[in-house]
Ligand binder design. Structure first.
Ligand SMILES: Cc1cc2nc3c(=O)[nH]c(=O)nc-3n(C[C@H](O)[C@H](O)[C@H](O)COP(=O)(O)O)c2cc1C
Length: 165
Protein backbone atom coordinates (compact mmCIF):
# COMPACT_ATOMS: atom_id res chain seq x y z
CA UNK A 1 0.00 0.00 0.00
CA UNK A 2 1.07 3.54 -0.67
CA UNK A 3 -0.68 6.68 0.55
CA UNK A 4 0.08 10.20 -0.62
CA UNK A 5 -1.39 13.47 0.59
CA UNK A 6 -0.54 16.61 -1.27
CA UNK A 7 -1.67 20.14 -1.92
CA UNK A 8 -1.35 21.98 -5.21
CA UNK A 9 -2.44 25.25 -6.77
CA UNK A 10 -5.09 25.57 -9.46
CA UNK A 11 -3.73 26.34 -12.90
CA UNK A 12 -4.70 29.88 -13.97
CA UNK A 13 -7.03 28.53 -16.60
CA UNK A 14 -8.84 26.05 -14.33
CA UNK A 15 -12.65 26.14 -14.66
CA UNK A 16 -15.39 24.57 -12.51
CA UNK A 17 -16.00 22.17 -15.43
CA UNK A 18 -12.36 21.05 -15.18
CA UNK A 19 -12.89 20.16 -11.52
CA UNK A 20 -16.04 18.22 -12.38
CA UNK A 21 -14.21 16.39 -15.12
CA UNK A 22 -11.25 15.54 -12.85
CA UNK A 23 -13.68 14.10 -10.27
CA UNK A 24 -15.60 12.10 -12.86
CA UNK A 25 -12.51 10.59 -14.46
CA UNK A 26 -10.94 9.97 -11.06
CA UNK A 27 -13.93 8.06 -9.76
CA UNK A 28 -13.94 5.75 -12.76
CA UNK A 29 -10.17 5.21 -12.90
CA UNK A 30 -9.72 4.79 -9.16
CA UNK A 31 -12.52 2.23 -8.87
CA UNK A 32 -10.80 0.30 -11.67
CA UNK A 33 -7.34 0.57 -10.03
CA UNK A 34 -8.27 -0.12 -6.40
CA UNK A 35 -7.47 3.44 -5.36
CA UNK A 36 -9.47 5.34 -2.73
CA UNK A 37 -9.18 8.86 -1.41
CA UNK A 38 -10.59 12.34 -1.40
CA UNK A 39 -10.19 15.54 -3.33
CA UNK A 40 -10.92 18.98 -1.98
CA UNK A 41 -10.84 22.09 -4.10
CA UNK A 42 -10.93 25.36 -2.25
CA UNK A 43 -9.38 28.82 -2.32
CA UNK A 44 -7.28 28.11 -5.44
CA UNK A 45 -5.90 24.98 -3.80
CA UNK A 46 -6.41 21.28 -4.28
CA UNK A 47 -5.93 18.95 -1.40
CA UNK A 48 -5.87 15.27 -2.30
CA UNK A 49 -5.39 11.98 -0.55
CA UNK A 50 -4.77 8.90 -2.69
CA UNK A 51 -4.17 5.42 -1.34
CA UNK A 52 -4.00 1.95 -2.81
CA UNK A 53 -1.66 -0.70 -4.23
CA UNK A 54 1.90 0.63 -4.70
CA UNK A 55 2.06 0.32 -8.51
CA UNK A 56 -1.39 1.84 -9.01
CA UNK A 57 -0.60 4.85 -6.80
CA UNK A 58 2.87 5.23 -8.40
CA UNK A 59 1.27 5.38 -11.85
CA UNK A 60 -1.50 7.75 -10.77
CA UNK A 61 0.90 10.09 -9.01
CA UNK A 62 3.03 10.30 -12.16
CA UNK A 63 -0.07 11.27 -14.17
CA UNK A 64 -1.09 13.82 -11.55
CA UNK A 65 2.36 15.44 -11.46
CA UNK A 66 2.28 16.24 -15.18
CA UNK A 67 -1.35 17.35 -15.24
CA UNK A 68 -1.47 20.95 -16.48
CA UNK A 69 -4.67 21.73 -14.59
CA UNK A 70 -2.67 22.37 -11.43
CA UNK A 71 0.86 23.39 -10.41
CA UNK A 72 3.28 23.52 -7.46
CA UNK A 73 2.40 20.10 -6.08
CA UNK A 74 3.65 19.85 -2.50
CA UNK A 75 3.63 16.45 -0.83
CA UNK A 76 2.45 16.49 2.77
CA UNK A 77 2.77 12.79 3.37
CA UNK A 78 4.02 9.74 1.49
CA UNK A 79 3.73 6.42 3.29
CA UNK A 80 4.26 2.85 2.20
CA UNK A 81 3.73 -0.46 3.90
CA UNK A 82 0.99 -2.22 5.73
CA UNK A 83 -1.44 0.71 5.92
CA UNK A 84 -5.10 0.89 6.88
CA UNK A 85 -7.09 2.82 4.31
CA UNK A 86 -8.27 6.20 5.59
CA UNK A 87 -11.04 6.46 2.97
CA UNK A 88 -11.96 2.81 2.29
CA UNK A 89 -15.35 3.64 0.77
CA UNK A 90 -14.52 6.47 -1.59
CA UNK A 91 -13.07 5.86 -5.06
CA UNK A 92 -12.54 9.63 -5.12
CA UNK A 93 -14.76 11.68 -2.97
CA UNK A 94 -15.02 15.32 -3.89
CA UNK A 95 -15.51 17.32 -0.74
CA UNK A 96 -18.09 19.97 -1.34
CA UNK A 97 -17.48 23.02 0.80
CA UNK A 98 -21.16 23.87 0.86
CA UNK A 99 -21.86 20.76 2.94
CA UNK A 100 -22.13 20.78 6.70
CA UNK A 101 -19.21 21.56 8.97
CA UNK A 102 -18.55 17.96 10.04
CA UNK A 103 -17.97 16.94 6.42
CA UNK A 104 -15.94 20.07 5.67
CA UNK A 105 -13.63 19.44 8.59
CA UNK A 106 -12.67 15.92 7.43
CA UNK A 107 -10.02 16.97 4.91
CA UNK A 108 -8.71 19.55 7.34
CA UNK A 109 -8.24 16.81 9.90
CA UNK A 110 -6.36 14.74 7.33
CA UNK A 111 -4.20 17.75 6.43
CA UNK A 112 -3.42 18.36 10.09
CA UNK A 113 -2.59 14.69 10.65
CA UNK A 114 -0.33 14.69 7.61
CA UNK A 115 1.41 17.86 8.76
CA UNK A 116 1.86 16.42 12.23
CA UNK A 117 3.39 13.28 10.68
CA UNK A 118 5.74 15.47 8.64
CA UNK A 119 6.66 17.42 11.73
CA UNK A 120 7.52 14.15 13.51
CA UNK A 121 9.69 13.05 10.58
CA UNK A 122 11.53 16.39 10.58
CA UNK A 123 12.03 16.28 14.32
CA UNK A 124 13.48 12.76 14.07
CA UNK A 125 15.74 13.89 11.26
CA UNK A 126 17.01 16.85 13.28
CA UNK A 127 17.69 14.71 16.33
CA UNK A 128 19.48 12.08 14.21
CA UNK A 129 21.63 14.83 12.69
CA UNK A 130 22.31 16.28 16.12
CA UNK A 131 23.35 12.88 17.43
CA UNK A 132 25.66 12.38 14.45
CA UNK A 133 27.20 15.82 15.04
CA UNK A 134 27.79 15.08 18.69
CA UNK A 135 29.34 11.73 17.81
CA UNK A 136 31.70 13.42 15.36
CA UNK A 137 32.59 16.04 17.92
CA UNK A 138 33.31 13.44 20.58
CA UNK A 139 35.36 11.34 18.15
CA UNK A 140 37.36 14.43 17.16
CA UNK A 141 37.95 15.23 20.84
CA UNK A 142 39.04 11.67 21.53
CA UNK A 143 41.48 11.77 18.61
CA UNK A 144 42.87 15.07 19.84
CA UNK A 145 43.34 13.61 23.31
CA UNK A 146 45.04 10.54 21.84
CA UNK A 147 47.39 12.73 19.86
CA UNK A 148 48.19 14.79 22.95
CA UNK A 149 48.99 11.72 25.03
CA UNK A 150 51.19 10.29 22.24
CA UNK A 151 53.08 13.59 21.98
CA UNK A 152 53.69 13.62 25.71
CA UNK A 153 54.96 10.07 25.59
CA UNK A 154 57.23 10.81 22.59
CA UNK A 155 58.62 13.95 24.19
CA UNK A 156 59.43 12.37 27.52
CA UNK A 157 60.65 9.18 25.86
CA UNK A 158 59.03 7.37 28.71
CA UNK A 159 55.71 6.00 29.77
CA UNK A 160 52.54 8.13 29.54
CA UNK A 161 51.81 10.33 32.56
CA UNK A 162 50.19 8.44 35.36
CA UNK A 163 51.55 5.11 34.13
CA UNK A 164 54.45 5.24 36.60
CA UNK A 165 54.16 3.99 40.19
C1 LIG B 1 -5.79 17.74 -8.63
C2 LIG B 1 -5.94 16.55 -9.51
C3 LIG B 1 -6.31 15.33 -8.98
C4 LIG B 1 -6.45 14.20 -9.77
N1 LIG B 1 -6.81 13.02 -9.20
C5 LIG B 1 -6.94 11.92 -9.99
C6 LIG B 1 -7.32 10.66 -9.43
O1 LIG B 1 -7.52 10.51 -8.22
N2 LIG B 1 -7.43 9.61 -10.28
C7 LIG B 1 -7.23 9.71 -11.62
O2 LIG B 1 -7.34 8.71 -12.34
N3 LIG B 1 -6.88 10.89 -12.18
C8 LIG B 1 -6.74 11.99 -11.39
N4 LIG B 1 -6.41 13.19 -11.97
C9 LIG B 1 -6.32 13.27 -13.42
C10 LIG B 1 -5.01 12.74 -13.93
O3 LIG B 1 -4.02 13.74 -13.83
C11 LIG B 1 -5.14 12.29 -15.39
O4 LIG B 1 -5.61 13.35 -16.18
C12 LIG B 1 -6.11 11.14 -15.54
O5 LIG B 1 -5.83 10.13 -14.60
C13 LIG B 1 -6.01 10.54 -16.96
O6 LIG B 1 -7.00 9.58 -17.06
P1 LIG B 1 -7.32 8.85 -18.45
O7 LIG B 1 -6.04 8.16 -18.83
O8 LIG B 1 -8.45 7.91 -18.13
O9 LIG B 1 -7.71 9.94 -19.40
C14 LIG B 1 -6.23 14.31 -11.17
C15 LIG B 1 -5.86 15.55 -11.71
C16 LIG B 1 -5.72 16.66 -10.90
C17 LIG B 1 -5.33 17.98 -11.49
Amino acid sequence: MRRIHYISEFADSLSPEDIESITRVSEANNARDGITGMLMASGQLFFQLIEGPDEAVDALYERILVDQRHKNVMVLGDERGDLQRQCPDWAMRKVDLSLDAAVRSEPLKVILEASAAQFRILRNLVSTLERAMWRQLIEAEAEELDRFVKEQVDQSGSQPPGARD
